[in-house]
Design a protein around this ligand. Structure first.
Ligand SMILES: C[S@@+](CC[C@H](N)C(=O)[O-])C[C@H]1O[C@@H](n2cnc3c(N)ncnc32)[C@H](O)[C@@H]1O
Length: 225
């Protein structure tokens, strides 16, 4: 469990994670085994990267591969025009003492896929939020997650393209089970032996998330720019 003062310091960084989402990333990163890797798609200035890297350091020192071209997504260009987050990303990592734990790949997730093996213990997807890009991230990256590993998507119910892509994956995949929600993060386990109960559970989760939205899960993300 992350210390409250550390959680608060991470929360102060620019980004979009809530306190509970920081806690989730820290906790689940700490459980990733040595020899496995943590992959993050979409780092921005490093808020989620730092939460996972500190968790990993407190756990088994799994390497964090942080993939981002550092040029922002369409919604950022609409707000701010040209974007370059790499310098602030590097400075933030240094401030939190996690530079040695993180391997940045400054490229798109599609370009990065050939640089990473099939030993991902935790996959956190928070890159481009278009429907086709999220579908592509799931198609390219989910097969690289180990059995028992975790796949997590940020902005999973209030961004409709991410909601739809994750719903389609959960309903159609033959190796996804036990989906949960932590604020806006939907996560599930990759399993070798998905049963009928898992399939039904995935469908119920997707319908509940769709129909009841934030009321059903009693959460509103605390966004921060
Ligand atoms: C919502 S931000 C990530 C926020 C970050 N996870 C945090 O906690 O602060 C989305 C990021 O995805 C990156 N991005 C956009 N398209 C991408 C792609 N095709 N592959 C990887 N990253 C991408 C953008 O540059 C941007 O930094």
């Amino acid at each position: 469990m992350i210390e409250k003062s550390l959680q608060d310091r991470i929360y102060q960084l620019k980004g979009w994670l809530t306190h509970d989402e920081i806690n989730f990333l820290y906790d689940f990163a700490s459980r990733v085994l040595a020899g496995q890797v943590i992959v993050e798609i979409g780092s921005w200035e490093g808020k989620s990267t730092i939460a996972t890297a500190l968790g990993s350091k407190a756990g088994n020192q799994a390497r964090v591969i942080a993939i981002d071209p550092h040029t922002g997504s369409q919604e950022h260009h609409d707000l701010w025009g040209k974007v370059d987050t790499f310098t602030n990303f590097q400075n933030n990592l240094a401030t939190f003492g996690v530079t040695d734990t993180v391997e940045p790949l400054v490229m798109t997730s599609a370009a990065a896929v050939e640089h990473v093996g099939n030993n991902i213990g935790l996959l956190f997807i928070d890159g481009s939020h278009t429907f086709s890009d999220v579908m592509q991230d799931l198609r390219l990256w989910a097969p690289k997650v180990v059995d028992g590993g975790i796949i997590a998507l940020h902005d999973s119910w209030h961004f409709s393209p991410v909601q739809l892509a994750s719903a389609l994956h959960l309903i159609s995949a033959s190796d996804a089970a036990q989906p949960h929600l932590v604020d806006t993060i939907t996560y599930w386990y990759k399993v070798p032996d998905q049963g009928l109960k898992d399939k039904a559970g995935n469908l119920v989760f997707v319908l509940k998330r769709l129909l009841t939205g934030k009321q059903g899960f009693d959460r509103l993300p605390k966004t921060q720019s």
